[in-house]
Write a protein that binds this ligand. Structure first.
Ligand code: AHR
Length: 508
């Protein structure tokens, strides 16, 4: 887009001013038994594009290219009514079930064992959620025993009898999903959930002390019980858990794009409040450990809302209906970029995060129906760039820059940036989004503390049409190389075009 106005941002980056190492699990994602995520998305036996287990090889390749280190599974709202034992053992004996969260029919043809194998094929690991909606402490313990205990007990031997001699060794476990939400099957008050999660966590750590546990936080920033929910539930679970979860989805509901691009400020505020609440509980408990944040559902989600309501209300109980199939446009990709920058800026406390979700359901990867092609949505690109080049140490910059106001947000920076130093590769990456619609933002970065440096590349995602979308037929939104950057004597100068996602890679 062309800018007739000017903005600026000035950075001084010093390799000794470090915020935190990035936990690679911040680039996690999520696959739920919902819509066409599992069936049609990752699993499609009979398709020539699928392997001997029925997994789509083209989809696996697109996931691998994203370098997703951990995938949350099997829900989401789905998990709160999930009977895990239905999903293991001989396929022809697995029951069809009414799936209440999404009013669909679940065939259980993909279950715990298959998904563990899929995750391996995709070079990833599993973040497992247990059912604390209709489920019990023993359901959760039995599942952990099935997955992680070597042998010689009822559930570990059941896994072996089902063909999997080696334990799956799943290291991260979510204690339920969005239990504060009235829509959740088995929704609980904060004390009811806190007590159940505490006792479940205690028992799970007895089975396998090496697992990390995630206590359910609020379903979004607008929940009436936020942040008391975090304070009360963590008072119950503090001793046994390592993380509290955060979920939030964003969207351009009002049609005001400038304001939409400021919504990452809401994520920032949400994270700050949850950190403060975790630290309050730690202080109250005279605790020694920090509770870290697992932002295990985040993305843009609003395009498909009406269509989803129609399917669930008027056409329920289908097998893998087309639910939550948001088709993302260019401005959504900018927002995803801004959300990634926000997560990285909190890398000292946000240690895990999951782009929700991964395939077909509010996803960067889509597959056409009836065995058609797999393709990349607009949001695929910023996620891939962040996952590839955002590993290392987040730097604390000295930063000054111009700002603007939007209808709902004040003091909105014209450009949002974060810089990651990868010592091993001797690379520095500056991620930047110009979130104005009419200003060319001049970015100057002083990186002299790093010694000699040279520009590797300046990748840019831009488009004259904020509403441009991709499809299997046309990749209208894809990155290109910018020649706006110069780097001399440790001084970088560049121009960030209005409404653009920029990745400036520097060799040190
Ligand atoms: O990701 C879609 C849904 O959003 C999940 O099932 C639920 O946890 C959240 O409300």
């Amino acid at each position: 887009m062309k800018g007739d106005k000017k903005g600026n941002v000035k950075l001084v980056l010093d390799k000794d001013y470090q915020l935190s190492k990035v936990d690679e699990r911040i680039f996690g994602s999520f696959i739920e038994h919902l819509g066409r995520a599992v069936y049609d998305g990752i699993y499609q036996p009979g398709n020539p594009l699928s392997d001997e287990m029925g997994f789509r090889k083209d989809v696996i390749q697109l996931v691998k290219d994203l370098h997703v280190p951990i995938v949350r599974y099997p829900g989401g709202n789905f998990v709160s009514g999930f009977h895990w034992e239905d999903s293991v053992g001989p396929r022809n004996k697995r029951p069809e079930r009414l799936e209440l969260a999404w009013r669909s029919t679940e065939s259980n043809q993909v279950g715990i064992g298959e998904f563990s194998k899929w995750a391996k094929k995709a070079d990833s690991s599993v973040m497992m959620a247990v059912n604390l909606g209709t489920g019990t402490i023993s359901d959760a313990c039995n599942l952990l025993e099935y997955c992680n205990h070597p042998s010689g007990t009822k559930y570990s031997d059941m896994r072996i009898a089902n063909g999997d001699k080696d334990p799956y060794n799943i290291k991260v476990w979510c204690l339920g999903n969005e239990m504060d939400g009235p829509w959740q099957i088995g929704h609980k008050t904060m004390d009811e959930y806190g007590r159940l999660a505490e006792e479940t966590a205690k028992a799970m750590k007895l089975i396998d002390p090496s697992v990390q546990l995630v206590s359910c936080g609020s379903s979004n920033l607008q929940m009436p019980t936020f942040p008391q929910w975090e304070a009360t539930t963590l008072e119950h679970t503090y001793d046994y858990v390592d993380f509290v979860s955060m979920h939030n989805y964003y969207g351009n509901r009002s049609g005001d794009s400038l304001d939409y691009l400021a919504q990452s400020n809401d994520m920032d505020q949400f994270i700050r409040t949850v950190i403060a609440t975790c630290d309050f509980v730690k202080a109250k408990k005279r605790g020694k450990k920090d509770i870290n944040l697992s932002f295990d559902e985040w993305n843009v989600w609003f395009h498909s809302n009406e269509a989803d309501d129609d399917i669930m209300q008027n056409h329920p109980w289908q097998h893998h209906p087309s639910l939550l199939e948001d088709v993302y446009n260019f401005e959504d990709a900018l927002v995803v970029g801004l959300l990634l920058i926000t997560l990285l800026k909190h890398a000292d406390r946000v240690k895990m995060a999951c782009l929700a979700q991964l395939v077909n359901v509010i996803a960067p990867i889509m597959t056409d129906k009836d065995g058609g092609k797999a393709w990349r949505q607009t949001i695929y690109w910023p996620f891939m760039h962040a996952s590839l080049y955002g590993r290392g140490t987040v730097l604390v910059p000295s930063i000054h820059g111009s700002c603007h106001e939007t209808s709902e947000h004040s003091d909105v920076t014209d450009a949002e940036t974060v810089s990651v130093y990868n010592e091993e590769k001797q690379e520095l990456t500056i991620f930047a989004v110009n979130r104005t619609l009419d200003k060319n933002v001049e970015l100057d970065a002083d990186i002299r503390s790093f010694g000699e440096s040279s520009l590797i590349e300046h990748i840019v995602l831009e488009n004259d049409d904020l509403k441009a979308v991709n499809s299997s037929a046309a990749e209208n939104v894809k990155p290109s190389t910018s020649n706006e950057s110069t780097l001399e004597g440790g001084k970088l100068h560049t121009v960030l075009h209005p409404a653009s996602w920029n990745v400036i890679r520097i060799h040190l």
